[in-house]
Design a protein around this ligand. Sequence first.
Ligand SMILES: Cc1ncc(COP(=O)(O)O)c(C=O)c1O
Length: 363
Amino acid sequence: MSKYEQEVEFNLSESGVHPILLSDLLSDNPNNIDQLLATDLNYPYVNGIPELRENIAALYDGATINNILVTTGAIEANYNTIHTLLNTGDEIVIMLPNYMQIWGIAKNFDFKLKTFHLREENGWKPDLDELNEIVTRNTKLIAVCNPNNPTGYILTENEMKAIIDIAEQARAWILTDEVYCGAERLTDKQTPSFFGRYDRLVAVGSMSKAYGLPGLRIGWVIAPVDTIDQIWARHEYTTISATMLSNKLAAIALSPKVRPRIIQRTRNYIRKGYPILKQWMDDHENTFSVVPPQAAAIAFVRYHLDINSTEFAERLRKEKSVFIVPGDHFGMDKFFRISFGLPPDYLTSGLNRIHDLIMEIKR
Ligand SMILES: Cc1ncc(COP(=O)(O)O)c(C=O)c1O
């Protein structure tokens, strides 16, 4: 993605909503700018400034700032968590489809990789029988993404409980990537975290998706205090810390006054964008099928065209300057992942260009 996303005219590959302007983020308090200008550009607290960790801890029942480690994006949170909890040769179980980072790490570091699936035919519900079958006493960690990238599926309370039960029987860790919590399309109820429901649990959050602030490069880990300390040690060797300014800006974004406004903005983009995509798909009768995403700014769409997904994405990029993610990247040809949490004119123009290519392929 990073090779092409800045070059295309219409980038429909991103999984978060259209990003926020700095001026918009700072607009609630006239003193914000002066306070930022007075920032000492030192290293911040390596584990995150207390004000930010307080605002993050307030999002989770039963958490204190000692349960929080601020990282350079969720990507570092996942990376250092995996390296803290697993060693080469250990067994890891991963939900698929998924954001493929942990899957890639498992390959790179020779973990024993097992997968369980969200089933399209069941509206992307997880196959818990499959999970139950593959988890053994050798399983060290189960990695889930909730709400899910790329399907937007949100686990039910019963499914969360079942996953915890299965992990508990094996005494396996759960790593839950929750970066889309807050980006719900159909409800104003925030997706509940796994945090606090099981002792061997690490949850990961981020400013990038639900808050539309990927440029801050701020994510976090929430876990038992001794686990946080171990991940912190790796964090110190990887990035030392996120930046001072990002820590401060994220603390503003997560403050009780600003956060609800930002979450509402995210939901507005998602709720206005999806009907545009849906209408466009409906206009192409029998070309697409999709399980409507419950959250996140992306849809995982099955297409009924005689073309491989990577080839389709490549032709779109080269011939139409539109960028989407091919299903092949998730090991699922005949799908693509497409963003809709974008300004309506931009989204519509990008979809019109995809329409042009589809007409050419059908001809
Ligand atoms: C599920 C998931 N986790 C983590 C990340 C990385 O996010 P960040 O920008 O916070 O590093 C992404 C980015 O697409 C994602 O979709």
